[in-house]
Ligand binder design. Structure first.
Ligand code: ADP
Ligand code: MG
Ligand code: MG
Length: 924
């Protein structure tokens, strides 16, 4: 950079597209000026000047900057006919910061710069309004003192209150010119006391100090922290610009005003000007809450001509920017000025509605309509949320494990939840230390789940997400006392029957009922997602285990089920005893009987899934978890047995008592009493119960594994206990045959978990072929299905080519695959070291949330390519949480996958993300 560097650009010459150089505010001020909007004249000092200034060891402005500023001030004087520092007709300006990205922590704006004792008098003479003059003056001294000289606000507030009290003024507007004059004198003294120097009176000196203060604020603590926290890199925003802008006054009387507007309603998206204004006010008064501003509707009544001009401004802004604008305006004595504009921030409802409507109005294309929305924000529209106007404080904070808000009475075990929720129809929240598979009936009966322990992948979290129910997990501030039916939270507690509210989107827990707002799948959202489906290459399927889940998934637009977990069906209350029976069976006959009883239940499950999803594919995964997960806990069993054995002694005592009745009563009465006593307790029944529990305990001990997740599960189980898989396969094919007979067009898919060698697939395929032949013969018509494998083991990726000879489809199980690639156990990683890894950037993201493209993704890519080398039409998808994450979806698109599958409520997010992924690489 040399002496000839251009550091300063007038609003009518700066490049409105160059936000990096001019900052967002400056670039838009230039652009607005150049498209003919009424912006007060001004200029921008570039971010390059800021960086060059900060580079100087002694912090002086680079050569040329102040010269160019003086030239621009001279130009401003010509344009406005006023003079900077001229007592007869003073030019006043504002000094405003602004970097490429809007960023709190940057310097506050200084208004009315250029005032001193002489120019003040000129201003009063020119306006004939001494109250206005002193009001402007005291504002300037305070802002300049605070922002440029670092004088604390309290020092000014103190003086302010003295004057206000002495004047018996309730509001600022009640202060007289004399009061404001006194205030400005006091403020000047404050500055001198605090800085040890008189307040600078030379306007050009004021300007230079202010410019440096803006530049310095770029490296201020607040700004630096903010950039760090939100990962704002120098590529995104580097340095701040300074905007010098001719002052216009909204405080020149009742024909003047200041306000802020949105070209459309940011809460609902409604196509109607939205905003607030204040008559006779300046700058930040509207947002500062000193007086209550009025809605812009009122302007039509109070200043009809200005309202018309504002409507025109709104139309011009939107037709130019083709995006909802958030703008600032000031009216000075009947003239409307625009002081700032930027893209409006809106909630999801607003974004979706404006996307669809702006496309229909021809402002934007469908592609733009889809690209301007953050997919994840759609979740806001799909779950009940806490009424945003509620101000209640949370009592505990856990992990946001499954989004949505719910209120209900607290219950501390699943049976009670079932009783109160299912049988009595109350709204309940299930509160547990942590949940287990056998709590599942409590989940169904509850509005939401709260646990004191466990992470985002704890049983509670996974199951709740699958059901689309809110869940807060790992709220460690809560200790649950099941026996006393009470939970302690810090100094307070809640008991069974007390109402609580949980917010699974934020992880917060509240006492009492907080009103919630119901979600709505608006017509605009449907339209938008339809467009998304037209643009996307990836198909979006859902993970759904029950017909209920499947129906929801369809509603969200899933075009199939990518993963139906059969273990969820095993856990239903009417199945679990049969499943246990099957596991603890001592003889093949006993096992067969249990399997026989399970078969029709599973067949019915599958049939319903097929019917709900017809004609879309339903991918059923054969049993995956280790079977001991279905058995009760070992310690619980030991405890039960100890209790039962104690009871056995007691029942023997009762029998002895019954036998002693003859000694106590007449024979007739003795017989009655004997029966009564015997009826209370049957010693045989206790012995039977003991025998059953002992068998179960033996089984639990026999099935014990050191490392169950790496142990006897998935296809390993399918090969060593073939009966279970055979039963499942038969149930699937019979259900398919029944549907075929009923004329329902379906696409069943059988998926084998945990596969690492093609031999495993071949074994299972043999069961399938056998059952297939039998079922076809029995039903006398062809039954179609597809056979494929989960790819969730590293070896499966390496052997993809060989697996693809048997498998017609691959489904990446990236949860397990990520664990395998990192050799991290997810629970341990997330609870112990991952947060530290993320914080200190050893790992940028949590690989269980954001697909690790470089490691796991690379392996997936190899598997896709090798798999397709063996089978050209190999269908490939992903199931697991990454399937609902936009960045991971973009990766899957690039890697050539055919579909993603995610939990039902995540489907709309995935549909939009899939469209964005496709658009990213499409030539525009
Ligand atoms: P922020 O980035 O905090 O919005 P701004 O620089 O936009 O800061 O200004 C703060 C307030 O001062 C806004 O209400 C703005 O409209 C007002 N303001 C800024 N410059 C002028 C000016 N030249 N004349 C009148 N009001 C101004
Ligand atoms: Mg502003
Ligand atoms: Mg798995």
């Amino acid at each position: 950079m040399t002496e000839t560097t251009k550091w300063v650009f007038a609003f009518d010459e700066g490049d409105g597209k160059n936000k990096k150089l001019l900052g967002g505010k400056g670039a838009n001020l230039c652009e607005m000026t150049q498209i003919g909007l009424n912006v007060p004249p001004g200029f921008v000092i570039t971010t390059d000047a800021c960086l060059a200034y900060l580079d100087q060891p002694d912090h002086h402005l680079p050569t040329g900057v102040m010269d160019q500023v003086r030239d621009q001030m001279a130009a401003l004087e010509r344009k406005t006919g006023k003079g900077f520092g001229n007592p007869d007709n003073p030019l006043l300006v504002s000094v405003r910061s602004g970097s490429a990205m809007s960023m709190p922590g940057m310097m506050d704006t200084i208004l009315n710069l250029g005032l001193n004792e002489e120019t003040l008098q000129g201003e009063i003479k020119a306006t004939g309004d001494d109250r206005f003059g002193y009001d402007s003056y005291r504002r300037f001294i305070q802002l300049f003192g605070k922002v440029a000289l670092g004088v604390p606000d309290e020092a000014f507030d103190h003086e302010f209150n003295i004057v206000k009290e002495a004047a018996h003024a309730k509001q600022d507007v009640d202060l007289s010119a004399a009061d404001l004059k006194e205030m400005s004198e006091r403020f000047l003294r404050v500055v001198e006391e605090q800085t040890g120097k008189p307040f600078p009176s030379d306007p050009m000196v004021q300007l230079e100090i202010a410019v440096k203060a803006v530049f310095n604020s770029w490296m201020g603590r607040r700004a630096v922290d903010y950039r760090k926290q939100f990962h704002i890199t120098p590529e995104m925003a580097n340095g701040t610009a300074v905007n010098i802008c001719t002052m216009v006054f909204g405080n020149r009387g009742n024909d003047s005003a200041t306000g802020v507007g949105f070209t459309r309603n940011p809460g609902t998206g409604e196509n109607k000007l939205y905003g607030e204004y204040l008559i006779n006010a300046q700058g930040e008064d509207v947002v500062a809450g000193i007086r209550t501003p009025k809605p812009l509707d009122r302007l039509t009544v109070e200043m009809p001509k200005m309202a018309e001009e504002l409507a025109e401004l709104r139309a011009k802004l939107e037709s130019h920017y083709r995006e909802v604008q958030d703008f600032e305006f000031t009216i000075e004595r009947g003239v409307l000025y625009c002081l700032q504009t930027r893209n409006g921030k809106m909630n999801a409802h607003g974004m979706v509605r404006t996307s669809v409507e702006m496309e229909q109005e021809g402002l934007i294309s469908k592609e733009q309509a889809l690209q301007r929305i953050d997919p994840v924000s759609l979740e806001q529209m799909l779950f009940p949320r806490l009424d945003p106007s509620s101000k209640v404080e949370a009592v505990a904070q856990g992990l946001p494990a499954s989004p949505g808000a719910a209120a209900g009475v607290a219950v501390f075990d699943a049976d009670r939840a079932h009783q109160l929720g299912h049988d009595l129809g109350q709204k309940v929240i299930l509160v547990r230390e942590e949940t287990k598979p056998e709590d599942i009936h409590g989940f169904f009966a509850s509005e939401g789940i709260l646990t004191a322990r466990g992470g985002k992948t704890s049983h509670a979290a996974v199951v709740a997400r699958g059901m689309g129910k809110p869940c807060v997990a790992g709220a460690e501030g809560i200790s649950v006392d099941v026996s006393r039916r009470e939970a302690i939270v810090g100094a307070t507690s809640f008991k069974e029957g007390d109402t609580i509210t949980i917010d699974g989107s934020s992880g917060r827990v509240y006492l009492g009922e907080i009103p919630t707002v119901e979600p709505d799948f608006t017509p605009e959202l449907s339209t938008l997602l339809q467009w998304a489906d037209e643009m996307a290459r990836l198909k979006v399927m859902a993970n759904a285990d029950t017909p209920e889940d499947a129906r929801n998934a369809r509603k969200y637009g899933a075009v199939g089920i990518g993963l139906a977990r059969t273990e969820r069906m095993f856990n239903a209350t009417d199945r679990l005893p049969l499943v246990i029976e099957m596991i603890v069976a001592e003889t093949p006959e006993q096992r067969d009987a249990a399997l026989e009883a399970l078969l029709p239940l599973q067949r019915q499950d599958f049939r319903e899934l097929f019917e709900v999803m017809a004609p879309n594919p339903v991918t059923i995964r054969l049993l995956d978890p280790p079977i001991h997960e279905f058995l009760p806990d070992e310690h619980q069993l030991e405890q039960d047995l100890a209790d039962l054995r104690a009871l056995a002694g007691a029942t023997r005592g009762m029998t002895a008592l019954a036998g002693s009745m003859g000694l106590l009563h007449t024979p007739e009465k003795a017989r009655d009493e004997f029966d009564a006593v015997r009826r209370v307790m049957d010693p045989m029944m206790v012995e039977e119960a003991i025998a059953k529990k002992e068998a179960m305990l033996r089984k639990v001990r026999a099935l014990h594994e050191t490392n169950p997740m790496l142990g006897h599960r998935g296809v390993r189980l399918g090969i060593s206990f073939p009966d279970i898989y055979k039963m499942q396969v038969r149930a699937i094919l019979e259900a398919a045959a029944e549907c075929a007979q009923a004329g329902i067009d379906i696409q069943p898919q059988i998926k084998v978990p945990q596969v690492c060698t093609v031999q495993e697939l071949k074994r299972v395929k043999a069961y399938v072929d056998e059952a297939h032949a039998e079922v076809q013969a029995k039903h006398g018509q062809p039954v179609k299905f597809k056979f494929g494998t989960m790819v969730e083991v590293v070896r499966a990726c390496m052997r993809a080519e060989s697996l693809a000879e048997e498998a017609e489809f691959f489904s990446f199980g990236t949860n397990d695959l990520t664990q395998a690639v990192f050799s991290f156990s997810r629970e341990d990683a997330e609870n112990k070291f991952l947060p530290l890894y993320n914080q200190s950037d050893v790992l940028h993201d949590n690989p269980f949330e954001v697909l690790d493209e470089k490691g796991v993704g690379k392996l997936m890519q190899l598997a896709v390519d090798w798999g397709r080398a063996a089978r050209k039409d190999l269908h490939v998808g992903i199931c697991g949480e990454h399937g609902g994450h936009p960045a991971s979806i973009a990766f899957c698109d690039q890697a050539g996958l055919d579909y993603v599958s995610c939990s039902g409520p995540r489907v709309p997010v995935a549909r939009l993300a899939a469209a964005q992924a496709a658009l990213k690489h499409r030539p525009q």
